[in-house]
Design a protein. Structure first.
Lengths: 444, 259
């Protein structure tokens, strides 16, 4: 069974290449023939899994890059096919006919809802759980269900790599049953002490249900927290980000290692740090690790920043039905002083579903825009009225809200109401249309 | 006039934008020139129902639902008295389960507040659906979303008639529960923000309780109404397309049987 599964799987890979179609189909075929195939392949000793709601792709890519740069042969599902079949396909592409995977380390991104199928068979020995956030809540059920599914899937002796700033993630190791390495971010100039975000996944101590107290926040429930009643609190971190220099796309770890970032946003900081922590905790040299990440991110630039009619434009890419991405963008607008126009919109709520629930709009703290700096908010696209409704209920002045069916119609309103800054807070399907509508003006 | 709204469990029963209901109520009341106070009350706070004109409770995870239940049990006599005495309650999502007699989850039975006679049966699959409901006293269709893992049995006084969705009990054709001024529904999230006519109806009731002769001003809900109507249009078209597809399939099936 095993050999047949491998042979047919490999044949499907070849066929896929001829037809120029990459997919998880080879893995699918092989698993149909032999359900337990993953337990029968001879995997590398070192198996690193990255799961969580977001950041899986970039974190696993950085880890793979580090190992590759240090001379290891890395097997990695770089295509982003992160369900069981996708992982199986990656392994088939890299194994001999007898099932020996040719590599020193297997790094894989794992869908958080499929970990329960693949982890028991692959048995990763190191697992990064980046975060568990509200993502497509109407369909995913809720965060606790995602948490429970991952928790059940964790192999007995796994080593966990977790963000110490997020109290929710500590739920994975409340009983201290896993060896866990934490990373965190020290207080920065952008840390704040008021709560700012209302709809969080965790507010209470997971041990004794007392309300958590924060010295400061970085974002949503991330920050320096402790339980006033029991011993629960921010864990001791093995690696700490001691400074972030966003203008230069750089962070400093433990006051000595400078590491380049891909984006000037907090999620990029945490993803990079998760990768750094994984590699260093597994024994790689810190200086080398910092160097290799920086090489990877050497060409980062303000891809999302340009000038349009004397205004500074920032294009912020978000994911619909995921309030966290929008909250991060809203927080980003606060870094700047001056008059602001904010454009919010998308083409489709979701490509995958026929029906469109909009509850998640109310999990986003649009109240942040309720400042004198924000002169106009332009709502664009098929849900422009829903966005405007949200803003009205946020207390934003009615007369400063503009509603348009699409970005082309919105252009005039933006051009007429010039401000120092223009922020496009957009779902990914509106990023390119936005950039072409508000393109740099040619010199006359 | 001042109206005080108690947002119970604002920080644990906050699954899908439930705070939108509070925002919408505040907006609509203030448009009527009424002073609004929102009291956020949760696990570590004391509950004084006497101060509140309306109690709102939203949906939460199963674990948080149980934490809320333990808290509410401490105040059971007061809550029971308030509900039966006609205080306004709006309870959305799975919190409606807490006011029945119990939740039956396989072998496991959780005693709930027992203020009403209905009870909950946990089901294996989650019921997830876009919903369209009708409310007798509201001159517009109600839209919303449901995502729950239970059905309500023995609901005697439903709130909505179902046009689309599962509702409290499959095939019963009704949803929600109403008694005096207590209203509960499995609908999730910001239902008042998304249904301006329902919002108006609630707010009018709230105000009239305090002043029968209150003269209502315009609510300024044109934009939320436009959002609602656009959504309904899209939804109606989709429903028509689905019906057509179904018709074609049935015709084809008939032909196949004839063969």
């Amino acid at each position: 069974m095993k050999s047949l599964a491998i042979i047919l799987g490999k044949a499907a890979i070849v066929a896929g290449k001829i037809l120029k179609r990459g997919s998880s189909l080879p893995g699918d075929i092989a698993l149909k023939i032999d359900k337990k195939l993953l337990t029968k392949l001879e995997l590398p000793e070192l198996k690193i899994a990255v799961t969580g709601s977001s950041g899986k792709g970039s974190t696993s890519s950085i880890i793979a890059h580090i190992y590759r740069s240090m001379g290891y042969k890395v097997v990695h599902n770089a295509s982003g096919a992160n369900l069981t079949a996708g992982i199986t396909t990656t392994l088939l592409e890299n194994c001999t006919l007898s099932g020996k995977v040719k590599g020193d380390v297997f790094v894989f991104e794992m869908d958080e809802r499929y970990a329960k199928f693949a982890f028991p068979d692959v048995k990763p020995n190191h697992i990064v759980i980046t975060n568990i956030t509200r993502d497509q809540p109407p369909r995913q059920g809720h965060v606790d269900l995602v948490y429970e599914e991952i928790k059940k899937a964790l192999p007995y002796h796994a080593h966990l790599i977790l963000n110490g700033d997020d109290p929710y993630l500590q739920k994975f190791n409340l009983g201290n049953e896993y060896e866990t390495t934490y990373y965190s971010l020290d207080k920065t100039d952008l840390s704040y002490t008021d709560k700012k975000f209302k709809n969080l996944n965790i507010n209470y101590c997971p041990k004794c249900n007392t309300k958590l107290v924060y010295d400061y926040y970085h974002f949503e429930n991330h920050g320096k927290f402790n339980c006033p009643k029991c011993d629960f609190g921010h864990p001791e971190s093995k690696y700490t980000i001691t400074n972030i220099d966003y203008p230069n796309f750089e962070m400093t770890v433990d006051n000595k290692h400078k590491v380049k970032l891909q984006y000037d946003l907090l999620y990029s900081v945490y993803n990079t740090m998760a990768a750094y922590t994984t590699a260093c905790a597994l024994g790689l040299d810190e200086t080398e690790v910092a160097k290799h990440i920086s090489e990877l991110n050497a060409n980062s630039k303000m891809y999302n920043h340009y000038k349009y009619n004397d205004s500074d434009v920032y294009v912020l890419n978000n994911k619909n039905e995921n309030s966290t991405t929008f909250n991060q963008s809203l927080l980003f607008t606060e870094r700047f002083n001056g008059s602001k126009t904010v454009v919010i919109g998308w083409k489709e709520i979701s490509r995958r579903y026929a029906f469109d629930d909009l509850s998640w709009l109310y999990d986003i703290d649009f109240e942040i825009l309720n400042t004198p700096d924000v002169k106009n908010i332009i709502c664009a696209g098929p849900n422009a009225y829903d966005i405007a409704t949200r803003l009205i209920f946020a207390g934003y002045p009615n007369e400063q809200i503009y509603i348009f069916n699409n970005l082309t119609e919105a252009k005039e309103a933006v051009d007429m109401n010039k401000t120092d800054y223009i922020f496009g807070i957009l779902n990914f399907d509106y990023v390119e249309p936005f950039k072409s509508t508000f393109a740099k003006k040619e010199e006359v | 006039m001042k109206i005080t709204i108690g947002h119970l469990f604002y920080d644990i029963l906050n699954l899908y934008g439930e705070s939108g209901n509070i925002l919408a109520l505040k907006y609509a009341l203030e448009k009527q020139g009424i002073e609004v106070e929102i009291k956020e009350i949760s696990l570590n706070d004391e509950l004084y129902l006497g101060d509140l004109d309306l109690v709102y409770i939203g949906a939460g995870t199963e674990a948080n639902q149980l934490l809320a239940l333990d808290y509410l049990k401490k105040y059971l006599p007061a809550i029971s008295q308030a509900v039966l005495g006609g205080k306004f309650f709006l309870v959305t999502g799975n919190s409606v389960e807490l006011f029945g007699t119990h939740i039956q989850d396989g072998e496991n039975k959780v005693e709930t507040l027992g203020i009403f006679h209905y009870f909950t049966e946990r089901t294996k699959e989650r019921k997830v659906s876009e919903c369209v409901f009708k409310h007798k006293k509201v001159d517009d269709l109600i839209l919303g979303f449901e995502n729950h893992q239970g059905i309500l049995r023995k609901v005697s006084l439903p709130m909505f008639e179902i046009i689309k969705g599962y509702g409290a009990e499959k095939d019963s054709g009704v949803e929600g529960f109403k008694h005096n001024s207590f209203r509960g529904t499995y609908l999730l999230g910001p239902i008042l923000a998304r249904n301006p006519k329902l919002l108006e109806f609630f707010v009018k009731e709230l105000i009239s309780r305090k002043d029968k002769n209150f003269e209502f001003k315009p609510f300024d809900l044109e934009i939320p109404q436009a959002a609602h109507d656009k959504f309904m249009d899209k939804y109606t078209n989709l429903l028509a397309a689905l019906a057509e597809k179904e018709d074609k399939k049935n015709n084809k099936d008939k032909k196949d049987t004839k063969k």
